[in-house]
Design a protein. Sequence first.
Length: 331
Amino acid sequence: MLRIHFTGDDLARTVLADEPDALWEVSISLHRLQRRDAGVVFGPWRSRILSRIPTSIRLLSSLAPARGYCPDFLTPARGASRAAQMEALRSTGRSTIRAELREFRRQNPKLHLPSWCARLAEGDSETLGRLAHTADAYFDACLTPYWDRIRAQVHRDRTRRLAVLADGGWEALFRMLHPSARWSHPVLELDYPVDQDMHLQGRGLVLQPSFFCRYNVTSLLDPRLPPVLVHPIDHDPGWALPAGARAEANPLAVLLGATRAQLLEAVANGAATTRQLARLAHTTPPNASRHLTALREAALLRSHRHRNTVLHTVTPLGVALLNGQQPQLPA
């Protein structure tokens, strides 16, 4: 059980991260590779990237096992750029590494750390550099080709959660994090592999969506680190397919047509102007404008003029349709 203790100031300082976190996705995607689960959602991605995985991946997978504790230093500097995160990883202090490797042994007694971890614990910068280089190479080979799609899915999920927050407040949002979530002010409880208490102490909480997180929430162990709760999102099962195959597999495209489905998804993911939307849907602005008019007439989006530009936003009905929910039709 994970118990998150809020003070009076913490809800005001709790935020929904607006981007996927590169190193959390590296770590959690390695769980998916090793566990070989969630085949419908991640199977196509796994089959496409197996031949691209760097040969040095065991450096990472030995510290990010399929199940169990993963050292906090592998996921540093939340909210920083990927380059800054990699530099933070390379700069991890020896005392931190030693403490977290001891914790790894304690929490994963059936796993054996490889011999090179002794050099890591002694502060060998070359070994730590190789670990960071492997994380970077793995990201480039296995995540970069899909990163735009991953970001789009995270953005769409965040838009849906913000709508729930606006309508139902924090309690409604917390219930969305996981089926086990229970909010009894001032404590949020969630099922967790170990028994852990997180005291926010006025620091607030970052709700970090993770694309590759599938079944359970996760977090950092060290109470001195900025509080973060990593949670799964809803997925489009065809996300890893080539563009043409995704369109054929997308039931929304069958209902609306491929171009209108692309436009509606792009609006929900934050694109706002007709020109931006046309570019994302690979069509001309006049053709995009015609399709956007049809979507507006169907109450799936709203449009308003700002100076010389028309801006588009998705409606609650449009969000419900994108998320496969039973929509509340307008009167």
